[in-house]
Design a protein around this ligand. Structure first.
Ligand code: C5J
Length: 228
């Protein structure tokens, strides 16, 4: 189905002019290590149920995006098995009893190739979709993301995933500085801390759209129309 070149999405601080051909769905770190008990997130004492409410809305948006043949990218936070890309400062942070690289119920925490590092089965990437492995919080740091987006003439990002105030925020800030417009569906991003969710979203849309726009997935689906 041919989509209009511009679709208006109800958003804050004002409507977002979505250009489907120039936009990509960027799903941040929907990994077992953050969303399932026994992973990195729960090892820090977090309640993973706070993040799991984002799964259903992400599934719906992803299905619509795929049905329209639009670009989808997934990211995974994690490190090499030899931890050669893990700054000592990041490993030491938190003073937890177990740390990045240590064994846990889903393998070594936040290490590439371990079961916990994988994307949750509900949102498993298709073989045709790009998966960006990132060692940092931002998806542009030390990855090929910017180059991949530019080759595909992508200028707009629908950013979803976890966590709102950490990897989602850092990625949006990086994208913003590189000239991308970011639209964030609030029900598709999650934080372990309800107050950070509220403030994180408020910061994105503050001052006329400091870092981007905030909407709900239903508004994007409405704009995309019947195929979605
Ligand atoms: C965190 C992330 N919270 N994906 N990572 O450490 O937000």
């Amino acid at each position: 189905m041919k989509l209009p070149s511009i679709l208006s999405v109800a958003a804050e601080p004002y409507s977002f002019d979505l250009m489907p051909a120039a936009s990509a769905l960027l799903i941040i770190d929907m990994q077992r290590d953050f969303l399932e008990p026994g992973g990195f997130g729960s090892s820090l004492g977090n309640d993973v149920s706070q993040l799991r409410r984002t799964i259903g809305p992400n599934q719906k948006l992803l299905a619509a995006w795929r049905a329209l043949g639009l670009m989808v990218l997934h990211t995974r936070e994690g490190h090499r098995a030899d931890l050669g890309d893990l700054p000592p400062s990041k490993k030491a942070r938190g003073q937890g009893t177990i740390r990045i690289g240590d064994p846990g119920p889903m393998g070594r925490l936040l290490v590439r190739g371990e079961p916990g590092h994988g994307i949750i089965p509900e949102l498993a990437p298709l073989p045709t979709e790009v998966v960006i492995d990132k060692p940092g919080k931002g998806a542009f740091f030390s990855t090929a993301l910017d180059g991949i987006l530019r080759v595909s003439n992508i200028r707009q990002l629908i950013v979803t995933g976890v966590t709102t105030e950490v990897c989602v925020h850092t990625t949006i800030r990086e994208a913003n500085d590189r000239g991308y417009d970011c639209l964030v569906p609030s029900d598709c991003v999650g934080s372990y801390f309800p107050e950070f969710q509220t403030v994180g979203l408020a910061m994105i849309k503050a001052q006329g759209g400091l870092f981007g726009w905030v909407t709900e997935s239903a508004s994007i689906l409405t704009a995309l129309g019947p195929v979605a």
